[in-house]
Design a protein around this ligand. Structure first.
Ligand SMILES: NC(=O)c1ccc[n+]([C@@H]2O[C@H](COP(=O)([O-])OP(=O)(O)OC[C@H]3O[C@@H](n4cnc5c(N)ncnc54)[C@H](O)[C@@H]3O)[C@@H](O)[C@H]2O)c1
Length: 439
C-alpha cells in the first residue's frame, strides 16, 4: 500500500516513519524545502527518542521518501493523511489555513480515488470544510463527478518524547468515517500495529474530531485541578504529594496526570483547550470548567517567580538565577508555550541575569531568546555563582545531582523545584533552602 503524509512536523514525520516501519510505502510531503533537504540527508529536525534511526532505516530501504511536491506523488497513493499545523488564531480558534490549503491542493492534483484523512487536531465541522474545498477545486477542473474520494478523521494521541512508542503500540486508534471503503482502508493500514488486540474505534467524523479535544481537555483539567489543590495545600499545611498518592490509588480516579507543577505547556494542551472553548462559544455554550482550567494554568506558570520574589522580599534585581529545563516537558526540544518562557520573561523584567541549561533544547532556546541569557555547558555550569536554582523541566539527569558540588558552586544554597522531584529532607540535610509546589 502506498500513502502520503502532508506536513512533516512532529506528527507527520512520526506517522510516516512508523507506517514505513510496518512495510507501507510512504511519501512525506512538506512545503519547507530546507526540512525536506535535511531529511534526505538523514538530518531529523526534531528531537524524539528513536526517530532518527528509524527514519534512516526506512529511507535507506526506499519505503520512506521525502518531497516538497504533493503533485509528484498524489497519484501514486491510495490514502493521504494531512498532518499540517493548526496553530491558535488571535481569538483562540484553530487556524485552519494550512488544512484548507492542503485540501485545495489535493483537489487541484488528484486524478483517481483517494481517501483523505485529517490527522491534525481540528474542530468539529472541519472535515466538511475539507470536503467542500476538494469538491470546489475538482469542479474548477470540470471533474467533480468523475473523481470520487472519501474523507476520514484520525486524530493523533501520541505524546512528544514517547511518540514512536505511542504510535507503534497505541492504547487505541480513533477513526471517523463516512463510508465502508474508508473503514476498510483504515483497518488495513492500522492492523499491523494492533495485531494482538485490534483497538480501532470507528465512529462518525464529528465524534472523532471532538474526541481529540475532549481527551486533551480532560488531561489539562486534571493538571489544573491538582495545581489548585496544591496551592490550597500550601495555605492549609497539607502535602499535595501525599494527597496525590491518596487519591491516585482510587481506581475510579487513577494515578495519571495528577502531578502538580508550574503549569502545562506544549503545542497541544494550551491551544486545544482554547480552541474547544472557542467552538463552544461559537455555538452559544459557555465552557465554564475549561475557562477555569486555562485561567489556573496561566496563573500557575508564574508560581515559581512568585515564590522567588517572596523569598527575596521583592529584591530580585541583580540576582543571578540558574534554570534547569527549558523544553515544555522532558524528552523533547519543543518549547512551544513552555512554562520556562513565562518564568524567563518575568525574571529578565525583574533585572535578573539567567544561566540556563536543558539537555536538548539549547539550540531551540538560542533561536528564541538570542543572547539575553547565558547558555550553560551542563547542569553544574548553570549554577556557578547563582543566587537560586529553579527546576522547570524534570529531565532524568536532574534527578540525582551532586548536592555538595552544587552547594560549593552556588552563591546561595536555594532551590525552587517546579516539578516536585526532590526529597525535602535530602535537600535540607545538604543545607539548602528548598521550595516546592504544594507543601
Ligand atoms: N505535536 C504533538 O505532540 C501533537 C500530538 C497530537 C496532535 N497534534 C496535532 O497535529 C497537527 C500537527 O502538529 P505538529 O506538532 O506536527 O506541527 P508542526 O508545526 O511540527 O508541523 C507541521 C508541518 O506542516 C508543514 N506544512 C504547512 N503547510 C503545509 C502544506 N500546505 N503542505 C505541506 N506541508 C505543510 C509545515 O512546514 C510543518 O513542517 C496539529 O494539528 C497538532 O495539534 C500534535
Amino acid at each position: 500500500m502506498k500513502i502520503a503524509i502532508v506536513g512533516t512536523g512532529y506528527v507527520g514525520l512520526v506517522t510516516g516513519t512508523c507506517f514505513a516501519e510496518m512495510g507501507t510505502e510512504v511519501y512525506c510531503v512538506d512545503i519547507d524545502q530546507a526540512k525536506i533537504d535535511n531529511l534526505k540527508q538523514g538530518i531529523v529536525p526534531i528531537y524524539e527518542p528513536g526517530l532518527e534511526e528509524m527514519v534512516a532505516r526506512n529511507f535507506q530501504a526506499g519505503r520512506l521518501k521525502f518531497t516538497t511536491s504533493l503533485a509528484e506523488c498524489i497519484n501514486e497513493v491510495e490514502v493521504l493523511f494531512s498532518a499540517v499545523g493548526t496553530p491558535p488564531d488571535e481569538d483562540g480558534s484553530a487556524d485552519l489555513r494550512y488544512v484548507i490549503d492542503v485540501a485545495r491542493e489535493i483537489g487541484r492534483n488528484m486524478t483517481h480515488y483517494l481517501l483523505v484523512v485529517t490527522k491534525s487536531t481540528v474542530p468539529v465541522g472541519t472535515a466538511a470544510k475539507v470536503k467542500a474545498a476538494i469538491h470546489e477545486e475538482l469542479a474548477k477542473r470540470g471533474l467533480d463527478r468523475d473523481i470520487p474520494f472519501d474523507i476520514a478523521s484520525n486524530p493523533e494521541f501520541l505524546k512528544e518524547g514517547a511518540a514512536i512508542k505511542d504510535f507503534m503500540s497505541p492504547d487505541r486508534v480513533v477513526v471517523g468515517v463516512e463510508s465502508e471503503t474508508a473503514e476498510k482502508l483504515m483497518s488495513k493500514l492500522y492492523r499491523p500495529f494492533l495485531l494482538n488486540n485490534f483497538r480501532v474505534i470507528f465512529m462518525d467524523v464529528p465524534s472523532a474530531e471532538m474526541t481529540k479535544y475532549a481527551a486533551n481537555s480532560m488531561l489539562a483539567t486534571r493538571i489544573s485541578f491538582m495545581n489548585d489543590i496544591a496551592n490550597l495545600c500550601e495555605i492549609v499545611g497539607a502535602d499535595v504529594n501525599m494527597v496525590r498518592k491518596g487519591i491516585g490509588t482510587d481506581s475510579r480516579i487513577g494515578n495519571h496526570f495528577l502531578y502538580p507543577g508550574c503549569g502545562y505547556g506544549g503545542s497541544c494542551f494550551p491551544k486545544d483547550v482554547k480552541a474547544l472553548i472557542h467552538t463552544a462559544k461559537q455555538n452559544g455554550y459557555p465552557m465554564r470548567l475549561l475557562q477555569a482550567v486555562e485561567e489556573i494554568n496561566e496563573d500557575q506558570k508564574t508560581i515559581l517567580h512568585r515564590k522567588l520574589y517572596k523569598h527575596f522580599d521583592g529584591e530580585l534585581a541583580g540576582k543571578s538565577i540558574a534554570i534547569w529545563g527549558l523544553a515544555f516537558k522532558p524528552e523533547t526540544d519543543d518549547m512551544r508555550e513552555a512554562p520556562s518562557l513565562v518564568l524567563i520573561e518575568k525574571l529578565l523584567e525583574a533585572g535578573c541575569s539567567l544561566r540556563v541549561y536543558d539537555p536538548v533544547a539549547m539550540t531551540e532556546a538560542q533561536r528564541r531568546m538570542g543572547d539575553a541569557l547565558y547558555y550553560a555547558r551542563d547542569l553544574y555550569d548553570a549554577v556557578v555563582d547563582a543566587d537560586a536554582l529553579i527546576l522547570v523541566t524534570e529531565w532524568k539527569e536532574f534527578r540525582l545531582p551532586s548536592w555538595p558540588a552544587i552547594k560549593r558552586l552556588m552563591k546561595q544554597p536555594l532551590v525552587l523545584d517546579g516539578r516536585n522531584i526532590y526529597e525535602i529532607a535530602d535537600l535540607e540535610d545538604h543545607g539548602f533552602t528548598y521550595y516546592r509546589i504544594g507543601r
